[in-house]
Write a protein that binds this ligand. Structure first.
Ligand code: PLP
Length: 362
């Protein structure tokens, strides 16, 4: 694939690492390519970051045919840039795309696009401990047509955003709110796809939770309102009776790459692990009788996020005195150590930007 490049003539000021926050800034360039059934993916290009021009009838605006991903690039000590399991993000993007009747993106295209885009904007990769460059690959339906059917044309793009350290002052266990009224996904729906339609409807619930001092919403299953699914845009883990428990991937929750990494590490460390259904009553019971030792969430943004309190049916239940557990800390240290290159990488998860294969066979 030959990527056509147009460099910006108006470089934006690069913000200081300290004030980055999450997703407030975008870099100077973006990657785009188009799809039609006749030509497949074509016109791969890197251009100055700018607005998109779309017909108001473009199908993305009406029927939500969209998928996206979230991953990060890390500044390594030896001046190279690291990525964490990017092939997993592409696999998941393609799984999401199939669910939404959208075309898949070949791995070689994806990796080459990442390599060339991040290289052109590498001055934007922040270097302070804990900071990173967030990468948002996105695919949208672009055909202008009002009937409800799959679009014939698509746009795939990648934008980049320098993001701050999630825990500049160390871990801060969060309060989470269990919704027993609203649900995120049901069996047979599209809950396991990273598609925008899964997120819009959650804003109403998280607004209410935030107004009451909670950081995130913990979702229960859509059928019985009983079994824990996930929390916000993270997967959830319980350390219960010396066993690590997480809900199974049954179609309603996102198959998190951080979740998978936690499970692989836990098994490597010889920790008993169980992917099984866990009811909110079992969680509350575990808090009351002391058998629930830790609760934490996993996701690309925060990596590991310890949960200090769970609000359910009007009562706040404090998990392990509201302190960060040792296990959460251990997973955080290990995963971020691999990401930033401070620790060995026994599973081959780290990719170096300089060595990203650009023309691998499909
Ligand atoms: C992205 C996401 C996750 C976490 O996935 P990671 O690959 O670990 O970042 C979990 N749940 C939801 C709903 C998500 O959107």
């Amino acid at each position: 694939m030959e990527i056509e490049k147009t460099k910006t003539k108006n470089r934006k000021p690069i913000p200081e690492d300290r004030g980055l926050g999450f997703g407030q800034y975008t870099t100077d360039h973006m990657f785009l390519m188009d799809y039609t059934p006749e030509r497949g993916w074509h016109r791969p290009r890197i251009v100055p970051y700018c607005n998109l021009s779309l017909d108001p009838a473009a199908m993305i605006f009406h029927y939500n045919q969209e998928v996206f991903e979230g991953l990060k690039a890390y500044s390594l000590q030896d001046t190279d840039i690291g990525l964490f399991r990017p092939e997993m993000n592409l696999d998941r993007l393609n799984q999401s795309a199939k669910r939404m009747v959208m075309p898949t993106v070949p791995q070689a295209y994806f990796l080459q696009a990442l390599k060339e885009l991040i290289s052109i904007d590498r001055g934007w990769v922040p270097t302070t401990a804990g900071t990173s460059l967030y990468i948002r690959p996105t695919m949208i339906a672009t055909e202008a047509a009002l009937g409800v059917r799959p679009s014939r044309s698509y746009l795939f793009y990648i934008i980049l955003s320098p993001v701050g350290a999630y825990y500049p002052q160390g871990f801060n266990p969060t309060r989470i709110f269990v919704s027993d009224t609203y649900i995120r996904a049901v069996r047979g729906g599209a809950g396991e796809a990273k598609t925008s339609g899964n997120y819009g409807p959650t804003l109403y619930v998280s607004k209410e939770a935030t107004a009451n001092g909670y950081a995130q919403v913990l979702w229960l299953d859509g059928k019985e309102n009983k079994y824990v699914e996930e929390v916000g845009t993270s997967n959830i883990f319980f350390y219960l009776n010396n066993e690590l428990v997480t809900p199974p991937l049954n179609g309603t929750i996102l198959p998190g790459i951080t979740r998978d990494s936690v499970l692989r590490l836990a098994r490597e460390w010889g920790l008993p692990v169980s992917e099984r259904r866990i009811s909110i009553e079992e969680v509350v019971q575990g808090i009351e009788d002391g058998s629930l030792q830790e609760v934490f969430a996993s996701g690309t943004a925060a990596v590991i996020s310890p949960v200090g309190q769970i609000g359910y049916k009007g009562t706040d239940h404090r998990v392990a005195d509201g302190r960060t557990g040792d296990l959460a800390e251990r997973f955080y240290e290990e995963i971020t150590g691999i990401q930033y290159g401070h620790k060995p990488d026994p599973f081959g998860w780290r990719r170096l930007l300089s060595e990203l294969v650009s023309e691998r066979k499909r």
